[in-house]
Design a protein around this ligand. Structure first.
Ligand code: 13P
Ligand code: SF4
Length: 349
């Protein structure tokens, strides 16, 4: 089933009431301020580290200390010795940083920056669903709430899911949530059937396989690179499939190709164009309209909100300690199991 991009829902109770407060605070910013300089100043003053996902606005990526995919950012959060973590990404990513750093403030510019995968997999429903599958290893995509992580055995990202599943005993039954497309792709790569939760990413599911075929006629030499959150009909056409970091590395390595059709969120184009100024990047066409795909949740974070969260030290991620402790173990297992892995997975591995 194809989906439409919808308005982000609140990812958590903490965000209740923040909207009005946030818009008033944004309006209160002195227009003469050089926000980029102010952010750099505050970063020094607070001894903060800014972590940014590839799906953030270019200006935010350029201010960050680390720009990466979900795995790279979790690894950076696990290693940082900064006093404060400023997470320019979505709620589940900042939560993961908090799970790993309970004593540090973790700031997220907009608490409403959720994720369709995490928001449509509530922990209470997930707990009930899991009761049907006793004796299964529960593997969850990092795109899930702390409450769902707490119900998991191992967390994975799109960078390491295939390798982690391959490390499990061959006869071990597996439940995989919450992304059905990533789950199906992992099944195909590993040859291991898994029970899949029926979730999807509203951004990656909107790429249209039929329009993509037509685009490939117009660009016969272009290589199609796709994120595994895309639908199977899109992945079947792809020349290469990988996480956002893997796609970037592919573009960097394959200088023999000069045109790339990119089936993922358009934020990654900032780093791709920087890495390959000689190449042309074409956005994979969505179901409607002709623009590049942008995640409506990721893009809630703006330069102004980044500045405000650092100036006011809010909003911060809060989490009950019991949930955090239970979520920590599967996150640590992921970090341990992916220590020696290359982040790049080849199609057909
Ligand atoms: P990666 O960062 O693992 O590529 O995941 C993409 C994504 O959709 C993040 O929300
Ligand atoms: Fe979630 Fe998709 Fe946005 Fe990533 S791109 S944060 S998976 S909605």
């Amino acid at each position: 089933m194809q989906s439409q991009i919808s308005t982000p829902q609140n990812p958590s109770e903490e965000s209740a009431g923040q909207e009005m407060d946030l818009s008033m605070r944004v309006e209160s910013i002195d227009p003469r301020l050089d926000l980029e300089e102010e952010i750099k100043r505050l970063k020094k003053e607070m001894n903060a580290v800014i972590l940014a996902h590839y799906y953030q606005d270019d200006v935010i990526q350029d201010l960050a200390d680390h720009v990466g995919d979900s795995l790279a950012l979790a690894q950076a959060a696990a290693k940082t010795d900064a006093d404060v973590i400023v997470f320019c990404g979505v709620h589940f990513m900042a939560e993961t940083a908090k799970i790993l750093n309970p004593d540090k403030p973790v700031l997220l510019p907009d608490l409403d920056a959720g994720c369709s995968l995490a928001d449509r997999c509530p922990a209470d429903q997930y707990r009930e669903w899991l009761k049907q599958y006793p004796n299964h290893t529960v593997i969850n995509y990092i795109n899930s709430s702390a409450g769902v992580k707490a119900l998991s055995d191992i967390i994975v990202t799109s960078s390491n899911a295939v390798d982690i599943v391959k490390q499990l005993p061959a006869d071990q039954p597996i439940v995989f949530g919450p992304d059905r497309h990533l789950g199906r792709w992992v099944e195909r790569q590993t040859g291991r059937p898994m029970v899949l939760w029926n979730g999807f990413c509203v951004v990656h599911e909107q790429f249209n396989a039929r329009r993509l075929l037509a685009l490939r006629v117009d660009y016969p030499d272009a290589v199609l690179i796709a994120h595994p959150e895309c639908e199977e009909a899109v992945l079947n056409q792809a020349d290469y499939i990988g996480s956002t970091l893997a796609l970037l590395k592919y573009v960097q390595a394959h200088t023999e190709h000069k045109q790339f059709i990119v089936a993922t969120e358009a934020g990654i184009l900032h780093q791709m164009k920087r890495a390959r100024p000689d190449a042309e990047f074409i956005c994979s066409p969505p179901n409607s309209g002709c623009t590049c795909a942008m995640c409506p949740y990721m893009r809630l974070n703006t330069l102004e909100k980044l500045y405000l969260c650092m100036r006011d030290q809010r909003p911060q991620i809060v989490m009950d300690e019991e949930t955090r402790k239970r979520a920590l173990l599967p996150v640590q297992r992921m970090l341990e199991m992916s220590k020696n892995l290359s982040p790049v997975q080849q199609k057909g591995d």
